[in-house]
Write a protein that binds this ligand. Sequence first.
Ligand code: EPZ
Length: 427
Amino acid sequence: MDKFVIKGGIPLRGTVEISGAKNAAAAIIPAVILSDEACVLENVPAISDVSIALRMLYEMGAQVETINRTTYRIDATTINNYVVPYEMARKMRASYYFLGSLLGKFGHARVSMPGGCPLGSRPIDQHLKAFSSLGAECTLDHGMVDVAAENLSGSQIYLDVVSVGTTINAILAAVKAKGLTIIENAAREPHVVDVANFLNSMGADIMGAGTDVIKIRGVNYLRGTTYSIIPDQIEAGTFMIAAAATKGDVTVTNVIPKHLEAITAKLEKIGVNVMEYDESVRVWVDGPLVKTNVKTQPHPGFPTDMQPQIATLLTFAEGTSMVTEGIWEDRFRYVDELRRMGADISVDGKVAVIEGTGKLMGAPVRACDLRAGAALIIAGLAASGTTEIEDIYHVERGYDSMEVKLRALGADIVKKTIPSGLSRKAI
Ligand code: EPZ
């Protein structure tokens, strides 16, 4: 078990380069299954969710070659099995993308019900509805999801909720189906567009990704491609907020500023300076931070995956702020840990009321999920004294070399191994 030990109170300064997007990679790696030739993926983040996805492909018979730290050549034409067992799937929520990819390629998939961050109930009814519309039979038995179709045929799919995972899975299953598929009320996140661009670069016919109506005309063959994954908007936003919370001055590079608009707009309201360049943003603070209200929404709204981080920043702002979670039913579990650091936050259902105290104190805390971990790191960097964060494996699922990047910005953060039996959880 590893933990981060942070001595807080140092303003972050310098330049940080953002890695490829976790949630794009989590879909594009399984999407390689659909290709009838080998593919090369570039700008792949070095995170444990990626290692797990690559391992899944390998276990299924694909050839996975590491070209360098962020580039892989994957030949999935040798896959000889369409089952993703519990031991693998429980480690990664996005294992559900193997359903769409295997179904689209082989007409059959059997994948354990996915694991991932505990954010409340995480149903997959919309995924199954989309597969059924395309002609698949979906069954659940002993924790496994089984989807099978003699032939997949294009159809009209209306999503009852705007769901990123369902939109991508419907695209994956439809890309080789016979005829035209129309997905309505589709998610518009940048990673949905990235998956569509990846598939189109192999010869798929997908139009409208990035809007709420996506049209897919099935094709028979997908050729190999070399594709570079988009930068991670959430990693970028996390560093922007870390810069703001420590009252530092950081230039965040390898970003698409358009993807950061909702985050930038809120930061400016709070009193943070943000300067946009072509592929970077500079973030600095030279005045007081002030309260604001935030509600998370599907893209282009404020992303739920930035909610814990911005709530943490608001503990340093003057006045009372309100943060409303609009996507997940249980995404405030990190608040108890922030309270240990002196935050004054009350939560009622999906609303958190934050009294800005202007300061936090270091304390031993525990990451309960990926973005909660990121929020606690921000808190620790800006707090006085020492913060020790346990269960950082959550952070390593989705952030590439977080502590190394922070140290390069001047932070005093080290990763330490906790001798077994001595973690707070174990005692
Ligand atoms: C993706 O999860 C991300 N994960 C999440 O990232 C992110 O929080 C979420 O999208 C929202 O942006 C990946 O991309 C791997 P959804 P996903 O389907 O696809 C409900 C992070 O920290 N719903 O868009 O699983 C659902 O309960 C994380 O990186 C159904 O009701 O989310 C939720 O309320 C964690 N039925 C809403 O839709 C379904 O069949 C949106 O979920 C599917 C979803």
